[in-house]
Ligand binder design. Structure first.
Ligand code: GDP
Ligand code: MG
Length: 303
């Protein structure tokens, strides 16, 4: 028997894949809908490396949002190939897909993501994100009609994920596309990933934010220790780099950079987990980990 909501409508619940090229704001959108930072965000492309479920529960329904690494062209390293497979595989068995693009820009990679989605046969909702960046709002309508001309979308929603604008209407239409169902998760659950996994991601977010150009892509994070000690969490994180020469850059002069990384991550963890965290962070070398399938699996990568 299905649960009825206050409005007398049956409750709806289902899976929504969130796809698009890197950096359009997929993770920001998932976080805004969930109402907590379950997925890390940075100004750099390819911040998200793993598939992750963000659970957003509303009075009318529950959306299980599958955040994905962006679909991108670079396939040089095993890690990038795994990320592409993870993004494409995310469409299997979902009830709807959200294609996120940036307002005012349509690129070849957006086209690639659209084609992959259409081929899957699920309803595609176009989310035109970052409308807060568009100065001349009258330019938005012609842009949208150009994109939607000769392409098929179930709904089109201009939004600002960062400023939480336009999300109510999006949620309403996404729930409309979901099948009638009991909620899949309890109301207070926000992700399918463990706190241990999220802790590693929060360290990685700091690496994305605080390291220069190429280096973040040579790093990954492993949580070596995750223990509850009374009310406090004791966590030990290892930042893995690919070459000895990268270590001093991560550590910084007098250890300053690694300290800042650790502090930033700890603050994020305390906010997300709602308890005090004691975080220790080290930097170690594992040559060529990003092109080594065995190392990737050990560090928690999968497709
Ligand atoms: P993803 O790679 O698609 O997951 O993109 P992220 O969610 O990591 O966001 C990439 C960058 O775009 C970050 O710097 C975000 O702060 C920024 N961003 C995301 N949504 C918005 C938005 O609605 N407006 C603006 N101005 N920036 C945004
Ligand atoms: Mg992301």
């Amino acid at each position: 028997m299905n649960t009825e909501t206050d409005t007398g409508q049956p409750f709806r619940a289902g899976n929504v894949a969130v796809l698009g090229r890197p950096n359009v704001g997929k993770s920001t959108l998932v976080n805004a809908l969930v109402g907590a930072k379950v997925s890390i965000v940075s100004p750099r492309p390819q911040t998200t490396r793993h598939r992750l479920l963000g659970i957003a529960t509303f009075p009318e329904g529950q959306l299980l949002l599958v955040d994905t690494p962006g679909i991108h062209r670079e396939q040089k390293r095993a890690m990038n190939r795994m990320m592409n497979r993870a993004a494409r595989g995310a469409v299997e068995g979902v009830d709807a897909a959200v294609l996120v693009i940036e307002a005012g820009r349509w690129t070849e990679e957006d086209g690639l993501a659209y084609s992959a989605l259409r081929a899957s046969g699920v309803p595609v909702v176009l989310v035109v994100n970052k409308v807060d960046k568009v100065k001349d709002k009258t330019a938005l309508l012609p842009f949208i009609s150009e994109i939607t001309h000769e392409r098929e979308f179930a709904f089109v929603h201009p939004v600002s994920a960062m400023k939480s604008k336009g999300l109510e209407a999006l949620v309403k239409n996404l729930i409309f596309l979901m099948p009638e169902s009991e909620p899949h998760y309890a109301e207070d659950e926000i992700t399918d990933r463990s706190e241990r996994f999220l802790a590693g991601e929060l360290v990685r977010e700091q690496l994305m934010l605080r390291l220069g150009e190429e280096l973040p892509y040579s790093t990954t994070v492993e949580i070596e220790k995750y223990e509850l000690d009374g009310e406090m969490l004791r966590i030990a994180a290892v930042v893995w780099v690919e070459r000895e020469g990268q270590k001093p850059i991560v550590i910084g002069k007098g250890g300053e950079r690694l300290k800042a990384i650790s502090t930033g991550a700890r603050i994020g963890m305390e906010k997300l987990f709602g308890r005090k965290v004691f975080l220790e962070t080290w930097c170690r070398v594992r040559e060529g980990w990003s092109d080594d399938e065995a190392a990737l699996r050990r560090f928690g990568y999968s497709d």
